[in-house]
Design a protein around this ligand. Sequence first.
Ligand code: PMP
Length: 373
Amino acid sequence: MADVVDAVPPDATSSSSSLPAVRPDLAALDGYHSAQVDVEVRLNTNESPMPPPVGWQEALSEAIGTIEFNRYPDREATALRTALAASHGVGVDQIFCGNGSNEVLQCLLLAYGGPGRTAALFEPTYTLHRHIARITGTPVAAGPRQDDFCLDLEVVGRVLAEAKPAITFLCSPNNPSGRADSTDEILAVAGMDPGLLVVDEAYGQFAPSSALDLRRNDPAGTRHIAVVRTFSKTWSMAGARLGYLVADPEVVRALELVALPYHLDAVKQLAGRLALDYAAQMNERVAAVVVERERIAAVLADLPVETWPSDANFLLFRPTSKDARVVWADLVSGSVLVRDCSQWPGVTGCLRVTVGLPEENDRFLAALTESLR
Ligand code: PMP
């Protein structure tokens, strides 16, 4: 017992109250928040603008009646994982599901990160990669992307050689810039000793290529590539909190070590499995979002903003004639909410807009044009 007390660092207790101080490495952390403002047009969190298909909602309502709520759910989420495996043409032992892809990322860092192991990433990128690394006590080695947000393979090589990471994150398409890394670039990184190479494809369905193709073409040579996907975007199910990983069975077993028992509730398992019956409708929605994305991009090209090509369901842009925070506030005055990234490192002065319904995009474009006039 005395050993345990001796092991507590002096700053882990508070002298002025009965509550212990929070872990010192967490104290400086800010949570991950997007401003929640009451507006008519919400284009700030990259959700699908459309609700899931009515058929799915009816099928789920009916299926919920069959759940034995007094029993724990299937711990292995077998039906859901089997359906996901079939949809990707992989074995069920290659699928791990989590409460949103954020939980999958957390499990990856719990299993492969931690004190004494490094996570590598290339910024600007999805800020939660760094955030979850920190909350799991994983040191981060970061390198910059190029000015156009593409990977700089020389920088990647240098960072990986110095850090010898246990785990490396790519985000493709990259949030917040929107660009997908090409399969050649991903293969190049895979060949540079990245440890476990996690490709976060939260927006993968909007992009022309996927690291899943690499895994399919050469499963043995890409054992160390893990692909993370989510139901939050394409599948119109952000409210259900469901994400998953496609990887080597050894990676799946590692994640099962750190996931809490029964972490996936029965309703979520059903919701995800039934959603897969609506793949055709979902693909149509993806195509509609891509059409709208290109329409928005064409209008932005004629406004005083810098923009970058997007392979996702959002666009990053930097107003060049007016301060981005003023533009953001003007948009809010027009009841349109976009993401203010203007203070984020690497994307200073930028705003990010999620592709919405055509009428929402019209509202955004009108308010932006008015603000920049
Ligand atoms: N990865 C990326 C790149 C994202 O942008 C998001 C959502 N903001 C996530 C993962 C997390 O998505 P979820 O937890 O809803 O699956």
